[in-house]
Write a protein that binds this ligand. Structure first.
Ligand code: C2E
Ligand code: MG
Ligand code: MG
Length: 413
């Protein structure tokens, strides 16, 4: 999105340029001014930037170099997040796009508005695009998550406020939709749909993951039976933590639900997610073996990060491997992320596992992963997670024209 100088002037953007090279700083300041940004502040490093922010907390855009003396761009990013300044952050750096994935992850974990990386030297068009993004960003309500009490969460669970949204999983080869992942949302009566970030860890600690997973599982299998009835016999993947799968009798409960909704077990995929620690997979092996025996498919989530590792692959007969988004975002040929993806895909083929790339957002990422021989894609390029009715429409309606993926044939025969 590129907007003109007059609308930028109207948007009344307050920007802070953080750059140790005086000449480069001046160039950036001038570019911003000529684009219509009226208030531009300057700092030669992170420390100075923090001083300015302490006085001008209404600054809404920070464009920062990465490599600077005293406080560098990374540290500044962390400090800005820590102080909860509202400013959106842009890194101005000659470093590659791979860095973007890492930064973005860091920034979102710290709940910072990260607008992206401007490659050095930034052209006026690049800067205008970033400001355009800032303006779009500002129109959205700020992402300040509500504070939620233990009781409120528990009552929400009891009164059925938790439901899955569904995100399609598409085969690279022929672009057909082969399944969907159920992603839990809390339909809060006041705050609207809230993401897992606000409840998964809490439920895990409060011992309520069983109730949450059961609710999501029930609604997801029911949805799968509706998809089948509507002529789209695709599978549903449900996320389950190791602690949930470690409880005795879980496999039987899952089987009972699957039978009750009349869905074939191979259409109910168990995605094993680990947020806490995968140290005790031993406890869940019995349930996992039983689920596998009964024909469910098993998927290892977020492969390559945290606790989702090779050791698990040796111990559990997974059918599917999900490559974590942090390797996929902004991946470029010959980079470390690319090598990691390539090696994992070779291993997946040897172990006869289906591979799924998470977080495909761009045509470039799609083309690259397809070129590496990855089997399936999931991500915003194809679709965001959708509410059940919207997903049913998406999967059954005649394909609208538009982007490459959206004109895909939707349903597996
Ligand atoms: P996950 O299982 O790895 O799910 C993928 C996450 O990436 C989802 O976030 C999804 O909305 C997001 N995503 C998908 N495509 C893209 C993309 O192109 N770009 C970006 N930026 N993000 C994308 P969500 O829904 O916030 O879920 C976060 C995590 O919460 C999940 O990660 C999963 O580990 C956990 N979770 C969600 N629902 C459940 C559940 O019912 N039970 C359990 N145990 N965990 C759940
Ligand atoms: Mg998952
Ligand atoms: Mg994942």
């Amino acid at each position: 999105l590129i907007i003109g100088a007059s609308s930028i002037a109207q948007a009344n953007v307050r920007a802070l340029i953080v750059e140790d090279d005086g000449l480069q700083r001046k160039v950036l300041v001038r570019r911003l001014q000529s684009l219509g940004v009226t208030e531009v502040y300057e700092a030669s490093d992170g420390e100075r930037a923090m001083e300015i922010l302490a006085e001008r907390s209404d600054i809404d855009l920070i464009v920062s170099d990465l490599d600077m003396p005293r406080m560098d761009g990374l540290e500044l990013l962390c400090q800005v997040a820590k102080k909860a300044y509202k400013a959106s952050f842009v890194l101005h750096s000659a470093m590659n796009r791979q860095l973007l994935a890492c930064m973005e992850l860091m920034a979102t974990e710290r709940q910072l508005n990260f607008l992206g990386i401007l490659s050095k030297p930034a052209s006026s068009a690049d800067i205008a695009a970033i400001i355009g993004r800032l303006c779009v960003h500002r129109e959205r309500p700020p992402k300040v998550w509500p504070t939620i009490s233990v009781e409120e969460r528990r009552d929400g669970l009891r009164s059925g406020q938790f439901a899955p949204h569904f995100q399609p999983k598409v085969r690279f080869r022929d672009r057909t939709v082969v399944g969907a992942e159920a992603l839990a949302r809390w339909h809060h009566p006041v705050h609207g749909a809230l993401p897992p970030l606000l409840f998964i860890d809490a439920f895990e600690q409060e011992g309520l993951m069983g109730d949450l997973t059961h609710a999501i599982l029930d609604q997801s299998i029911e949805a799968a039976s509706r998809w089948g009835a509507a002529g789209a016999p695709i599978s549903v993947s449900v996320n389950m933590s190791v602690s949930y799968l470690s409880q005795p009798g879980i496999a039987d409960q899952i089987s009972a639900l699957t039978r009750r909704h009349g869905v074939p077990p191979e259409r109910v995929c168990i995605e094993i997610t680990e947020s806490v620690s995968m140290s005790d997979v031993g406890g869940c092996l019995e349930n996992i073996a039983r689920l596998k025996m009964r024909g469910h498919t098993l998927s290892i989530d977020d492969f390559g990060v945290g606790f989702s590792s090779l050791q698990q692959l040796v111990r559990i007969p997974f059918d599917e491997i999900k490559l974590d988004r942090s390797f996929v975002t902004g991946v470029v040929p010959k980079s470390r992320a690319a090598l990691m993806l390539e090696a994992t895909l070779v291993m997946a083929r040897k172990l006869e596992m289906v591979s799924v790339a998470e977080g495909i957002e761009t045509e470039e990422e799609w083309a690259f992963l397809e070129g590496l021989g990855c089997d399936m894609a999931q991500g915003y390029l194809i679709s965001k997670p959708l509410a059940p009715e919207a997903f049913l429409d998406w999967v059954t309606e005649s394909p609208p024209t538009g982007t490459r993926i959206r004109s895909a044939k939707r349903v597996l025969p």
